[in-house]
Unconditional design. Structure first.
Length: 555
């Protein structure tokens, strides 16, 4: 994807907020022009007053002094308003971009996102979108301000003294086009590599935090920290190289501004003999210097372009994927019941991996409670993933008497509830995590599901009760409490088909027994699939047990 394509797509995404952005650019232009006018009028006023004093001439100093006050007030107020409007526009844009990207990700199946690890995927929603703020704050807005103000200042100077206008125009083009272009070229590679380095560092940090207990047990913490240090050094090196290009470019802009100051002064002084008013000499010199205020942000903008374009490409790569799991054009069929039939179902997660399900044949009647036993890797959890249409498969699955592929994914996930081992708890309260499953659930419904999963007493003893904060990924809960909260969340949706994946994991025998008995009573009229490796749990929950091995039912 070319830079022009990236820029065009970014501008298209920003179009809904064009009003805020245009107002911000307008205020920024007024601020810069007021600053230029302040310098010019002040230079002329001081020189004119000096000349009047030497020649004992008379002049009206009220009007220019009022102009100086006016431009000073506009510049000061404009800077504040510019910051306020530009950041408001940027925050609105970033919020809109995150929502747009999230909506693009929702229809994608986990199989399409498996190449992006959790920390990297979250990083695209957070850090990559945050990087795009520079596309407006440090690129689009400064370029627009530089173009408008540069043309306005050169046109005004051309009326007063054309030779100075020509010199100023040439130096503005050099400082505003040539220098930023060279800065962009020098910073493009390290900027893009900085985005990749930041993503790798984020993934490594998440892996360290989430796997700290296992790393400590294996004595691998120090080795992982060395990897983190290397990624950090790589990121810092890329940022340093990009910043160096920006510093050199800013120095070149400063040199151009100095040349404009002295060049304007010399050209204007040489024209005094030809009739140019002497007081205009310092005015033109100071205007030429102040004009570079509009150009000064451009090198930093170009320095950031490498990061912006790399982050945009990562986001567009995600957003441009078409969902592989889609339903037909017709609405979802109305299920006759909650029965499930697998016929010669095959599933392979990757071409180079053995099949997770290899010709699976299984029938589950409506209202039946089925326990599936088997070792890790037997294919038990794959059944839950297919019933949610997370992956494509071969063969046929019928749910409620209809082909599973006929159901729309959203309708299917309302009908099928799953409490998996890897279900995510979010950094919020117990209430927040429950309401994610059923936003309209009332307090009585939440208390009821907590009672079913044997968490009611625990929650009641908490200082803040159901409004207790549970921390990142449920860090303030025990592993068993976290598993039961996931089950409660699944029950709160009141699904017709419920899949419980290792519900008794990390529970003592007494608590596990009470949980299974409570679940069996609650789900008496629902179809339930219990996935476990514990024969005792299977026998407690149901009388029908099947054994899986290598993706098939063996007995």
């Amino acid at each position: 994807m070319s830079d022009w394509t990236v820029l065009r797509r970014l501008l298209a995404l920003a179009w809904p907020w064009r009003g805020w952005m245009s107002l911000s650019v307008l205020v920024a232009c007024a601020t810069v022009l007021a600053s230029v006018a302040l310098m010019g009028v002040a230079g002329w006023f001081i020189a004119a007053m000096g000349i009047a004093g030497v020649t004992t001439g008379m002049m009206n100093y009220f009007l220019p002094s009022a102009g100086i006050r006016f431009f000073a007030i506009v510049r000061t107020g404009g800077r504040y308003a510019d910051r306020l409007l530009s950041h408001e526009a940027t925050f609105r844009l970033l919020a809109g971009l995150r929502l747009w990207l999230f909506r693009k990700l929702v229809p994608l199946s986990p199989g399409q996102l498996q190449s992006r690890r959790g920390g990297d995927l979250a990083g695209s929603l957070q850090a990559d979108v945050d990087t795009l703020q520079h596309a407006y704050l440090r690129l689009a807005s400064p370029v627009a301000v530089a173009l408008v103000c540069g043309v306005a200042v050169v046109a005004t100077v051309a009326v007063l003294h054309p030779p100075t206008a020509v010199l100023l125009a040439v130096l503005l083009v050099v400082a505003g086009l040539a220098v930023p272009a060279l800065a962009r070229r020098a910073a493009a590679a390290p900027g893009a590599d900085a985005v990749a380095s930041r993503a790798d560092l984020r993934v490594a940090a998440v892996d360290l935090l989430q796997g700290l207990a296992d790393l400590r047990a294996a004595g691998a913490v120090e080795r992982h920290l060395v990897v983190l240090d290397g990624l950090g050094d790589r990121l810092a090196g890329n940022q340093c190289r990009a910043a160096t290009a920006g510093v050199v470019a800013e120095a070149a802009v400063g040199l151009s501004a100095g040349l404009a100051l002295w060049g304007a002064a010399l050209l204007a002084a040489a024209s005094v003999a030809a009739g140019l008013a002497p007081a205009l000499v310092p005015a033109l010199a100071l205007v030429a210097l102040a004009a570079f205020e509009a150009i000064a942000p451009l090198p930093a903008a170009m320095e950031r372009w490498g990061e912006v374009s790399a982050a945009a490409r990562r986001i567009f790569e995600l957003a441009d994927q078409s969902p592989t799991i889609v339903a037909g054009p017709a609405p979802s069929p109305v299920p006759h019941d909650a029965s499930v039939v697998f016929s010669s179902v095959r599933l392979r997660y990757a071409p180079d991996l053995p099949p997770a399900l290899d010709g699976l044949d299984l029938e589950i009647a409506d209202g039946d409670h089925l326990a599936i036993l088997g070792p890790s890797g037997a294919g038990k959890s794959s059944i839950a993933r297919l019933l949610l249409r997370f992956w494509e498969y071969e063969g046929e699955i019928r749910l409620g008497g209809h082909d599973l592929r006929r159901y729309r994914p959203d309708d299917l996930r309302r009908m099928v509830g799953v409490a998996t081992q890897d279900a995510q708890l979010f950094n919020g309260t117990i209430r927040d995590n429950l309401l994610m499953a059923a936003p309209d659930a009332d307090a009585a419904a939440m208390d009821r599901v907590l009672e079913i999963v044997q968490l009611a007493g625990f929650v009641l003893d908490l200082t803040d009760g159901i409004d207790t904060w549970i921390g990142e990924a449920g860090a303030r809960l025990s592993a068993g409490q976290a598993r039961r909260l996931v089950i409660a969340r699944a029950l709160l949706r009141n699904p017709r088909l419920l899949i419980l994946d290792e519900p008794t994991e990390n529970l003592d025998a007494a608590t596990a027994g009470r949980l299974l008995a409570s679940l069996r009573e609650e789900t008496a009229n629902r179809t339930v699939i219990l996935i476990t490796h514990d024969p005792r749990a299977a026998s407690q929950f149901t009388d029908r047990i099947v054994q899986m091995q290598a993706g098939r039912i063996v007995r």
